[in-house]
Design a binder for this molecule. Structure first.
Ligand code: ADP
Ligand code: MG
Length: 612
């Protein structure tokens, strides 16, 4: 225990300025970090109303000697740094001696603390920064800090806080990360009387992951370990079957501190190569141990950004660590995991010159439009078991009733201005399926390659959009509700969205603090499985409060509901799919913007065979 001193002005000024107290979660973080610094092995965190009304952190650390207690609440009072030099060692990151006074200034704060040497504990209390009590009390060794009515005297800041559910989520998030960073400390988090998680505090990081994220993620963890030179990387990542629509479930630690680093996040994602769908993010915790001299602490007091010297080497090592960890446990089929240079994009190499239907001119002039976009190579051979069949008029069946295809089979007209050629009026005949992924269609003097997945996405997207425009999306109650084990943070987030989700056709309800029950889903997605549903819901809510969350949701729903690449389709199914596609407003691109139809003109084909 080092005595508390008041930092010399110069040192204090060298510390990057920044708000310490932004919301309950940042208060919790500062106080918990103090507990950790005090050598606590057990930290209890209790919040009410997302911490807006009440939060309390109790530790069994070394406490503060009675005579120093008032000092701890003076600005720039810290026992942890002496001079500016210390700032450049990451091990001292975060000691600015301003957390306690800042928090005390905007709340009703009470601290009870006792050291082993002191016969009695000390109670100190503040209201809006004014000290209202200082006395000796009986107390166990350690420190308990209670913060009530945060921002009661700064109404503007109070108003800035979100609903309790959302503040709660921030608290869960930060406590989770701190628990991951300190697996040897037992963390217990209680919210509104309910225990959210307890970590064992036995040094086992995997156990912390289980505690925080629940068994579904826990069961899919893969250990990571790599040592090279000055750098050691260890941790746990989740197998690629489970992923998220954001980076919330990623934790990066550098020398034991939680950091935010786009570099590390990107390295980890690259390590998964093509194993994750586009715009999906891995789950995991990676702890880096680096010689302190090679870490430049770009001290943003709350964001924890860091700069690493030789960052490209760190990037490479993290990428390799992740890649090797995954390779060691997943039996990669060669077709599921194409071998390639790490730096090149997986698929999408132009394989032939093509015309796409979404080209502005329908004139079939020769124009090389690059690249058929990647068709998610990992799914290429129908490994996605139990793919859902959409429930309504696009019936994807496997029986082979053959519908006769005539020009009349195309549904009736709806104009399509941007192309000049209304494809539904062209004669089209299905030639078959190529690689269980593309439907080949003869369309007058053209050969069409139609991506079955993107085509179906487009159909579903427009259907959802139509339903949403008229009222809400048609929903279908599930015979057996789907139980999602989400972990407390994600469960809280989803519940917060329940009314918006209802409008989108999902009926979600609380099931304990970590789980949700989904009682109904959109009728078009009636066969959806738990894994897809979880991804979908998490993907929907990550758009936050923005207006385009609906758009995002519909795109995701269409994607999840659509037949996958790699699924064999019966002729009837193909016919239904093509008919419905040609009846959409925009048959040419999927909602993600990928092409649906690639056209090859007969003339071009002739030319290639030297006929012209
Ligand atoms: P900092 O953590 O940057 O030093 P704070 O304002 O957070 O500044 O805390 C001021 C000082 O109070 C700390 O340096 C530490 O000596 C003491 N302190 C705060 N919380 C605790 C705690 N839970 N246990 C022991 N000492 C504490
Ligand atoms: Mg502190």
């Amino acid at each position: 225990m080092t005595p508390i001193i008041v930092l010399e002005e110069n040192t204090a000024n060298k510390i990057a300025a920044g708000e310490v107290v932004e919301r309950p979660a940042s208060v919790v973080k500062e106080i918990v970090e103090n507990s950790l610094d005090a050598g606590a092995t057990s930290i209890d965190i209790e919040i009410r109303e997302g911490g807006k009304e009440y939060l309390r952190i109790v530790d069994n650390g070394h406490g503060i000697p009675p005579e120093e207690v008032p000092l701890a609440f003076e600005r720039h009072a810290t026992s942890k740094i002496r001079s500016a030099d210390d700032l450049f060692r990451i091990v001292t990151l975060g000691f600015r001696g301003e957390a306690l006074p800042s928090i005390a200034a905007v709340s009703e704060l009470e601290m009870v603390t006792r050291t082993q040497e002191a016969p009695m504990g000390t109670l100190i209390a503040f209201s809006g920064g004014r000290r209202i009590r200082l006395e000796s009390v009986g107390a166990p060794i350690g420190t308990a800090v209670t913060v009530q009515r945060l921002f009661f005297n700064t109404p503007a800041r109070y108003k800035f806080l979100n609903q309790a559910a959302s503040e709660r989520r921030y608290v869960f998030d930060i406590v989770g990360r701190l628990a991951l960073a300190n697996p040897n400390v037992r963390f217990r988090l209680v919210s509104d009387g309910e225990e959210i998680f307890v970590t064992p505090g036995d040094g086992n990081m995997e156990a912390v992951m289980w505690s925080i994220y629940g068994s579904r993620i826990g069961k899919h963890l893969v250990p990571v370990y790599r040592e090279s030179g000055y750098l050691t990387i260890s941790g746990y990542i989740c197998k690629p079957e489970i992923h998220r629509g954001n980076r919330q479930a990623q934790t990066f630690l550098v020398n034991g501190r939680v950091v935010e680093s786009p570099l590390l996040a990107s390295a980890m994602e690259k390590g998964y190569q093509t194993l994750l769908p586009r715009r999906r993010f891995p789950i995991g915790v990676l702890a880096l141990t680096i010689e302190p001299s090679r870490v430049d602490v770009n001290v943003h007091p709350t964001k924890r950004e860091i700069r690493l010297s030789e960052s490209s080497e760190v990037y490479r090592q993290v990428l390799l660590a992740v890649k090797q960890a995954l390779e060691a446990t997943t039996p990669f089929e060669p077709w599921a995991f194409p071998r390639q240079d790490e730096t090149t994009e997986p698929a999408g190499k132009p394989s032939f010159v093509q015309e796409t239907m979404d080209a502005p001119s329908p004139s079939l002039e020769r124009r090389a439009i690059p690249v058929i976009p990647p068709v998610r190579p990992k799914k290429a051979a129908g490994i996605e078991a139990g793919c859902r069949l959409p429930s309504s008029d696009v019936t994807i069946t496997t029986e082979s009733k053959r519908k006769v295809s005539t020009p009349d089979a195309a549904p009736s007209h709806r104009g399509n201005a941007d192309t000049g050629l209304a494809p539904k009026h062209t004669f089209h005949r299905i030639l078959g399926q190529f690689q269980a992924t593309y439907i080949l269609v003869e369309a007058e003097k053209e050969l069409w390659l139609i991506d079955q997945h993107t085509a179906h996405e487009r159909i579903l997207y427009e259907r959802f959009l139509g339903e949403l425009e008229t009222s809400r999306i048609k929903t279908q109650p599930l015979l057996v509700p789907i139980h999602l084990e989400l972990g407390p943070a994600a469960a809280a987030a989803i519940l917060e969205w329940s009314s918006r989700l209802e409008e989108l056709g999902f009926e979600v309800e609380e099931f304990g603090s970590k789980d949700c029950l989904v009682r109904s889903v959109p009728a078009q997605l009636s066969g959806i499985g738990a894994k897809d549903l979880e991804e979908l819901l998490l993907g929907v809510i990550t758009k936050g409060e923005t207006n385009d969350y609906r758009e995002n949701a519909l795109i995701l729903m269409a994607c999840k509901g659509a037949v996958k690449a790699g699924e064999k389709l019966s002729p009837t199914s193909m016919q239904d799919l093509i008919d419905s596609l040609l009846n959409t407003k925009n048959p040419f691109t999927c909602p993600h913007g990928r092409p649906v139809i690639v056209r090859l003109a007969l003339d071009d084909i002739h030319r290639r065979f030297g006929r012209r």
